[in-house]
Design a protein around this ligand. Structure first.
Ligand code: TXA
Ligand code: MG
Length: 333
């Protein structure tokens, strides 16, 4: 049992208080819990624990690290993590708890792992309304990162049976709260500055968002294609947010003296503060460390960051995808 992306036995529980407590303890221990919200079932993990977040990507088989929504039990809690702007306050007052997600600038002391937001400085926050979700979030006490609880590329789950069909053996717990009322995901609105922009349509309509903002004397801005990060396939966009200042070289097996090396497995990182994504060669651990170590390597001021070869299977596909984007020639810096 060396790896962290292991087979798990999935426990199916009801949403009684003892079951909720078991699920909250599972999250606190770094485990994965699928839970019902009023939109779809979420595949939850501790948003502040990068290894738990990496395990979410592994369980879904996501080929890339899309940024995940962090779920909390109250607006106060959300605004303690991300900066409240005027449109964020107006929309939160009207639609939280409910099928609305706000992308906000992370506060300096925000404990959410960088992997949760795929290295972006914005974090996505949601206060769900369903009672089971509320109870779980209150019992756990911190932000819970959760994409929809389906294998990547498959249909979103609105029943515990759908979750089991896709993820049995890959997660620790599924809380069975029956059918989700809505079945369409939350509306994602970027409120990181004074102009609100819809990044993904969802349970709250464009008209409802616009009306709410208008009532507060604010406007809904029209999305430009470059502000739409809900299409992770548009590569330049995410890369420009995430690429380090330094040039990046992949598949480095021997570091040049001028290079800040990030190792993997037997290939060591160079220097005193050795950076190794996973000395044991575990891809879940490597994914959890990826964004943090890129930040740390970049902070050394080295002109070049070298990264050891990462195997292509499993989470290695997402890790290599991100490294490739970071290593790609940049048009504008
Ligand atoms: O209803 C929902 O939103 C469900 C339930 C479980 O809450 N969750 C869900 O998560 O649909 P997911 O991972 O499938 O979708 C997350 C959406 C994506 O469109 C993503 O691009 C956007 O939120 N998003 C996440 N973090 C972001 C960020 N930091 N900035 C901008 N957009 C972000
Ligand atoms: Mg989804």
């Amino acid at each position: 049992m060396s790896g962290k992306g292991q087979e798990r036995s999935t426990e199916r529980l009801d949403v009684s208080m003892p079951a909720i407590k078991t699920a909250a303890a599972t999250l606190a221990a770094g485990g994965l819990v699928a839970f019902p919200t009023e939109t779809v079932y979420g595949l939850g993990g501790d948003a502040c624990n990068a290894e738990a977040v990496a395990a979410i990507f592994a369980a879904k088989g996501r080929p890339a690290f899309n940024p995940l929504i962090s779920h909390v039990d109250s607006t106060e809690h959300a605004f303690a993590l991300g900066m409240a702007t005027p449109p964020a306050r107006a929309l939160a007052a009207r639609f939280w708890p409910g099928p609305l997600t706000l992308a906000l600038t992370r506060r300096a002391d925000c404990p959410i792992a960088r992997l949760t937001s795929a290295g972006l400085d914005k974090i996505a926050l949601r206060v769900p309304a369903s009672e089971a979700a509320q109870r779980l979030l209150t019992a756990f006490g911190g932000p819970v990162a959760a994409p929809s609880a389906n294998p990547s590329g498959r249909i979103s789950p609105t029943r515990a049976d759908h979750v089991m069909a896709g993820l049995d053996g890959r997660i620790d717990v599924v809380l069975d709260g029956g059918r989700c009322d809505s079945g369409v995901e939350s509306t994602v609105v970027d409120c990181s500055d004074d102009s609100a922009v819809i990044l993904r349509p969802g349970g709250v309509t464009r008209q409802q968002v616009a009306d709410c903002l208008a009532a507060a004397g604010l406007e809904l801005a029209v999305a430009t294609s470059s502000s739409d990060i809900t299409q992770p396939a548009s590569p330049g966009m995410l890369a420009s947010h995430y690429a380090p200042r330094a040039a990046l070289e992949m598949n480095v097996t021997r570091a040049e003296p001028s290079m800040k090396m990030i190792g993997f497995g037997d290939i060591e990182g160079a220097g005193a503060n050795n950076l190794n994504l996973s000395p044991s060669g575990d891809l879940v651990e490597a994914a959890a460390n990826l964004f943090d170590m890129l930040h740390r390597a970049d902070a050394t001021g080295s002109a070049v960051i070298g990264v050891a070869p990462i195997p292509a299977q499993g989470l290695g596909e997402a890790i290599n995808d991100r490294l490739r984007r970071a290593a790609a020639p940049r048009k504008t810096r």
